[in-house]
Ligand binder design. Structure first.
Ligand code: ADP
Ligand code: ADP
Length: 224
């Protein structure tokens, strides 16, 4: 079965007597082992789609199954557990905790899953090595460059061994050379694991060109 299976996804927002269709019948089947981008003009529905894939939002109608879990009808607690255990999130502005070291930031999802930060240290350090930051383990975010902060965030996204990694404009705040290195890292992480999918929303055509599959969204529909 594909890692992501979506059929006829519709997401409507209602305001009084008008409705906006953010998604208007999206079908997707995405296998693991792939680095996929979602592109399209502003307001096309990219963020809405990403949020539904990460169980941050639910469709108004349609079917969505991620890593074998049907996401429609999940309660808040189940959705929260799904996000914690199966989804890694990467953001444009990194969202690191400024008072924590790089390894503590990477280990933080374990703490939020009621595990000990200390016990997660060896794995956090190994992930920092994996993203090329073996010499920055004890640094705080303000002692790191933008590219290094994004690599810490990428390591953090992997600490729970997620099936799907969702990246929202991960290169939006990086120069092109640093951004290219981050894209290469995301591709490697997807290609290393046939049971892991990396999905990125981007405005940047160069960034999209670095991915295995480009999904173009326009007016709430997948085109091409
Ligand atoms: P994109 O990420 O491609 O810019 P979005 O998914 O953010 O597009 O938005 C798609 C459409 O849904 C837009 O018309 C937007 O205004 C609308 N929309 C998104 N989120 C909300 C919301 N929380 N409430 C109302 N309308 C929304
Ligand atoms: P909790 O277990 O306290 O409910 P959340 O469900 O809020 O935690 O967060 C789970 C994951 O979802 C975290 O990695 C968090 O960064 C991410 N997340 C929460 N809200 C948003 C959001 N609005 N946009 C993007 N990611 C979010």
């Amino acid at each position: 079965a594909p890692l992501v299976h979506a059929r006829n996804l519709v997401r409507e927002y209602a305001f009084g007597d008008t409705t906006v269709r953010a998604l208007d019948g999206v079908d997707l089947d995405l296998p693991g082992g792939r680095f996929v981008s979602i592109v399209g003009p502003s307001g096309a529905g990219k963020s809405t789609l990403l949020h539904i894939l990460g169980a941050l939002d639910q469709p108004t109608s349609g079917e969505i199954v991620v890593d074998g879990v049907p996401l429609t009808g999940l309660g808040d607690a189940q959705a929260s557990e799904f996000r914690r255990r199966r989804v890694g999130f990467i953001f444009q502005f990194f969202n690191l905790v400024p008072t924590m070291s790089a390894w503590e930031n990477v280990a933080l999802p374990r703490l939020l899953d009621n595990q000990s930060l200390r016990k997660a240290k060896p794995e956090a350090v190994a992930l920092l090595e994996r993203v090329g930051l073996h010499d920055r383990v004890d640094h705080r975010p303000n002692e790191l460059s933008g590219g290094q902060m994004q690599r810490v965030a990428i390591a953090r996204s992997l600490i729970m061994d997620p099936a799907i990694v969702l990246a929202d404009e991960p290169t939006g705040n990086l120069d092109s050379r640093t951004g290219a290195a981050v894209l290469e890292l995301l591709a490697t992480l997807a290609h290393d694991r046939p049971d892991r999918l990396v999905v990125m929303v981007t405005h940047d055509a160069t960034a999209a060109a670095a991915t295995d599959q480009v999904i173009t969204v326009r007016d709430g529909r997948v085109v091409i």
